[in-house]
Write a protein that binds this ligand. Structure first.
Ligand SMILES: Cc1cc2nc3c(=O)[nH]c(=O)nc-3n(C[C@H](O)[C@H](O)[C@H](O)COP(=O)(O)OP(=O)(O)OC[C@H]3O[C@@H](n4cnc5c(N)ncnc54)[C@H](O)[C@@H]3O)c2cc1C
Ligand code: FES
Length: 257
């Protein structure tokens, strides 16, 4: 069922990323997503970057739907359904490492806040192409230790965020790793988690149509990302095409970039 929400705030996070906030009391957990529908444009899955009564989605402008979402103003309306899917699961972890790349920080931010609220000590490694594109650094500093990396060296470590993760794992013990970002990056994080025998969870993107387990378009070797994910564990993803390929709107397999 769709509900109409009114945009209460638009925040420009960087040249290509914006956050839309809207009042919505529907219960949601960290890592869940909504289907955001702009009639006449498209309907796309969007992770919730803020939970609670004033929810938020953080949109990276790459094509038609994301550009239309980024053009919304305070007072405009948007149709949403959900939240859907399974989010991040926290048990009795003491130390957690969160690794986010680019707009991948959208689902990670509320997960890190939730984990910190449960008493888990969190280290957050945030990566982006440049310092201007780093997402939620100040927000994450309020609940975790933060390290940043940039591809161009304009802020923090000059290089990939996975290099920060590799360095941290050499020095410190973690009981859980969570990640979201480009799939090649997440795949590398899973390799590190496997090397250090630490359970890992990733928020995965796949092409979605229905969002509720009916159409099979988001299938990843038998798992449906909309229903079984979008957060999937290392155990669930073992032996799948995660990190290697995904399916386009027609179901054709495309190598992961
Ligand atoms: C569970 C889930 C959660 C998601 N959460 C978010 C979120 O929080 N924020 C967000 O911005 N997006 C998120 N997405 C992606 C989003 O649903 C759309 O796929 C994305 O906005 C592109 O739609 P579009 O119509 O704007 O671009 P399209 O017309 O689909 O694509 C335009 C061009 O951009 C490329 N492209 C498509 N997607 C991406 C991408 N993710 N990164 C880089 N290039 C891309 C395409 O290959 C194409 O060349 C999520 C997807 C899933 C499955
Ligand atoms: S989007 Fe239809 S089954 Fe997942």
């Amino acid at each position: 069922m769709y509900r109409k929400v009114t945009i209460s705030e638009v925040k420009k996070e960087s040249d290509s990323v914006c956050t839309l906030r809207f009042a919505d009391s529907t219960p949601a957990g960290p890592g869940q997503f909504v289907m955001a529908w702009l009639p006449g444009v498209d309907e796309v899955p969007m992770s919730l970057s803020y939970l609670g009564g004033s929810k938020g989605i953080t949109v990276n402008r790459v094509g038609d739907a994301s550009a239309a979402l980024c053009s919304l103003k305070k007072g405009d309306t948007l149709a949403v359904r959900g939240p859907y899917g399974n989010g991040f699961i926290f048990r009795k972890e003491k130390r957690m490492l969160a690794v986010g790349g680019g707009a991948g920080m959208a689902p990670l931010a509320p997960a890190i806040e939730t984990a910190a609220g449960l008493g888990i000590k969190v280290t957050t490694a945030i990566g982006a192409r440049s310092g201007k594109e780093l997402l939620f650094v100040e927000r994450m500093k309020k609940c975790s230790q933060v390290l940043v990396s940039t591809d161009d060296g304009s802020m923090g470590h000059h290089g990939f965020v996975t290099e920060i993760a590799a360095d941290l794992l050499k020095k410190e013990k973690f009981s859980l790793i969570i990640t979201c970002g480009p799939e090649k990056m997440m795949s590398k994080v899973f390799d590190l988690a496997s090397r250090y025998k630490i359970p890992a969870q990733a928020s995965i993107e796949r092409y979605m149509k229905c969002g509720i387990g009916l159409c099979d378009s988001c299938s990843i070797d038998g798992l449906l990302v909309c229903r079984d994910g979008p957060v999937l564990s290392d155990r669930q993803l073992k032996g799948t095409d995660f990190g290697q390929c995904w399916r386009d709107a027609c179901g054709r397999k495309i190598p992961t970039r």
